[in-house]
Design a protein around this ligand. Structure first.
Ligand code: PLP
Length: 440
């Protein structure tokens, strides 16, 4: 163990052995040599432990009935979904292809919630054909289409109505989704109309209400406020229409630390506060306790992921007061978060992990955008071309948002565990990048 490794931002298995970073029992610099860079690692032990923490915390906090649905937009592939199935979690998907991956991985369809503010007709048909647990309806137009598509089916389709609860989450504007004018969810004023429409639709059954106020949220009281809005609406619908809402979902959104000076993600506190808000809220309203479903993405996968890059070039400071540059072989095409919303990260030189951090560097990506800077002002040792930069907390919203900018192939993803490394998503080839390209 080493003082450079802040436990709450590195995978549980991260260690420094003989001056080199190891994760999942594997020397990560050796993995970089073997599989090339950029390379993403996923630590299976951290992943499974975090999923179990979620299950245990919600079992303790809300014993009545709960579901943990991993939000697959954070990162999805077949092997990861197989782990999710084994750990007993469900899935939140947002596209027909995410649904296909879930099916390939053997995820029981009744454990899936299908989200999205602009699902296509083909996607809705697939969800109906495959019998997903619930379709989370986002608009009156979607509801009308679903009413028509489900009308002739033998079994009614369960749906949740997603509402915009008019809660401005304290997070970056690009990842706040709960305000009244958000592009997601029905305005509260449309809810009665939606329920009346469902009551006229023989193929649909209203199972519950959903809201998701945003991502990377640390103020837990905002989740309680969301539960309160959902319960108020549930009571209102009972009084107006006689319908009983038997599932409430306040979405996902628990924040995680990206750098050492941020507090750890407290899953137990999150579960306890949500459980209490729901139990107390139901008691105060004389409402039967519904199933509680949460959809964590980032707080399940982020810390399990570490990115490895090779330094290609260094540049000395332009002035003595400025940091120097480390130019690496990846950047915004595999991790758009710093460019998109100013996300912060830290790093380590993996092959000299104990060397004194006596220089300040800017870690610059390889892509042709001035904004392609992964980290500003990080204290690291003197570094040189060939060294390996390891960046922690990259499991969420990195590879799932990756692109082929500058026509670069996307990196491989490796699962590490007990000294073994397994490719679970291989590196894209140049031929694959060019596969859609046509001559005149
Ligand atoms: C509807 C919905 N549920 C869950 C999530 C997951 O959020 P997070 O990864 O912050 O837990 C998102 C992502 O923003 C979302 O849009």
């Amino acid at each position: 163990m080493n003082s450079y490794l802040a436990r709450h931002i590195w995978p549980d298995t991260a260690h420094i052995i003989h001056n080199r970073l190891a994760i999942g029992g594997c020397d990560v610099s050796a993995l970089a040599d073997r599989y090339a860079t950029p390379l993403y690692l996923l630590d299976e032990a951290t992943l499974r432990t975090t999923m179990r923490s979620y299950q245990d915390a919600f079992s303790a906090a809300y014993y009545v009935n709960h579901g943990i649905h991993y939000a697959s937009k954070a990162l999805l592939n077949t092997a990861l979904t197989q782990i999710i199935v084994e750990e007993g979690l469900g899935l939140d998907v947002v596209s027909g292809t995410e649904l296909l991956v879930a099916r390939r991985a053997g995820m029981p369809m009744d454990r899936i919630h299908f989200h999205g503010n602009a699902k296509t007709r083909a996607e809705l048909e697939r969800a109906l054909d495959w019998g997903v647990g619930a379709i989370v309806v986002d608009s009156l137009d979607e509801l009308a289409q679903l009413a028509q598509l489900s009308a002739e089916r033998a079994k009614p389709q369960n749906i949740l109505l997603r509402i915009a609860p008019d809660i401005a989450a304290r997070t970056h504007a690009h990842i706040a989704t709960g305000s009244a004018d958000s592009k997601f969810g029905l305005p509260l004023t449309a809810l009665e109309h939606a329920v009346a429409r469902i009551q006229d639709a023989p193929g649909l059954r209203l199972q519950g209400l959903h809201a998701h106020i945003g991502s990377q949220i640390f103020a837990l009281d905002q989740f309680c406020a969301t539960i309160d809005v959902l319960l108020d609406q549930a009571v209102h619908l009972r009084n107006c229409f006689g319908v009983i809402i038997d599932e409430i979902s306040p979405g996902g959104g628990l924040g995680v630390p990206y750098v050492a000076d941020m507090p750890p993600a407290d899953i137990s506190a999150y579960a306890a506060i949500l459980g209490q808000a729901l139990r107390d809220g139901c008691a105060a309203r004389n409402f039967p306790p519904p199933r509680l479903t949460v959809e964590p993405g980032r707080s399940i996968i982020a810390r399990a992921g570490v990115a490895l890059y090779r330094i290609v070039a260094t540049r000395s400071p332009a002035k003595p007061s400025l940091p120097g540059h480390l130019h690496i072989d990846g950047g915004m095409a595999d991790n758009i978060r710093p460019a998109l919303y100013g996300a912060r990260y830290t790093a380590l030189i993996a092959n000299r992990a104990n060397a004194p951090a006596d220089a300040v560097w800017i870690i610059a990506g390889r892509y042709c955008e001035t904004g392609d800077i992964l980290i500003r002002d990080v204290a690291l040792p003197q570094a040189a071309p060939g060294d390996i930069v390891a960046i922690p907390v990259v499991g969420a919203y990195t590879l799932s948002m990756s692109s082929n900018y500058n026509l670069t192939p996307r990196p491989a993803l490796i699962l590490v565990r007990d000294g073994n490394a397994q490719i679970i998503q291989r590196r894209e080839s140049e031929d694959e990048v060019l596969a859609r390209d046509q001559q005149l």
